[in-house]
Design a protein around this ligand. Structure first.
Ligand SMILES: Cc1cc2nc3c(=O)[nH]c(=O)nc-3n(C[C@H](O)[C@H](O)[C@H](O)COP(=O)(O)OP(=O)(O)OC[C@H]3O[C@@H](n4cnc5c(N)ncnc54)[C@H](O)[C@@H]3O)c2cc1C
Length: 181
């Protein structure tokens, strides 16, 4: 839950920030307090927690009542899409790049995967890192990838999209460590 709130995880038009009511956070000095959801200033894959560096200890959510059958069917529908698009063995960090804000697109975002597809991303690999053949915005570790393989592949993808569309993709994945180019 911590990482989901930190990055305001979301998909298919929903984001966790819209259903959280309040959070208990601890600052780097060890002080604990409860703050309302507004405090987090949730944005697209963003929250104030990235600035404040506070640690989420707990959170309360406020959900809407709904029809159990309808909700189950919606869950099944989304899981089926996920099942078809995401690698089954889980050797991925999920979508690598953020979608691009565009009010003319469904959910107000132009999928980064669409641009990546158009630059031939699905055929690319570096060492043990490759772009997933069913989803161009997913980098998978085939088993032997180093973090540098993944980083180098991501840099190639960014360069290709920049050259073709003039758009600099922003990473959704957070890199830890240094990755000299
Ligand atoms: C297969 C796959 C599919 C995914 N699909 C989606 C998707 O559709 N939409 C989407 O938005 N995301 C998606 N993600 C990304 C996902 O949201 C994050 O990987 C996840 O939320 C990270 O949570 P975590 O608690 O494991 O955090 P970690 O991976 O441990 O940390 C992630 C970041 O959150 C911070 N953090 C972690 N815990 C706390 C805490 N308690 N308080 C404050 N900061 C904290 C860390 O410092 C770090 O910077 C996907 C990931 C995978 C692997």
């Amino acid at each position: 839950m911590g990482g989901a709130l930190y990055g305001n995880a979301g998909a298919y038009g929903g984001q966790i920030g819209t259903v959280v009511r309040d959070l208990t956070v601890m600052n780097r000095g060890g002080e604990i307090r409860t703050v309302a959801a507004d405090y987090c200033g949730f944005g697209y894959r963003d929250s104030y927690l990235k600035v404040s560096r506070e640690i989420v200890i707990s959170a309360r959510f406020c959900l809407r009542m709904g029809d159990r059958g309808l909700i189950s069917r919606e869950i099944d529908r989304i899981l089926a899409i996920r099942g078809a698009k995401f690698p089954p063995d889980g050797r991925t960090a999920g979508c690598f790049f953020k979608n691009i804000p565009d009010p003319s697109q469904p959910f107000g975002k132009l999928p980064a995967g669409k641009l990546l597809d158009e630059v031939g991303a699905k055929t690319l690999h570096v060492g043990g890192a490759k772009v997933y053949e069913k989803h161009a915005n997913i980098i998978v570790n085939t088993g032997t990838a180093s973090s540098k393989d993944i980083s180098d592949l991501a840099d190639i993808l960014k360069k290709k999209v920049l050259q073709k569309f003039g758009i600099m993709l922003e990473e959704e994945v957070i890199r830890i460590g240094s990755f000299p180019t």
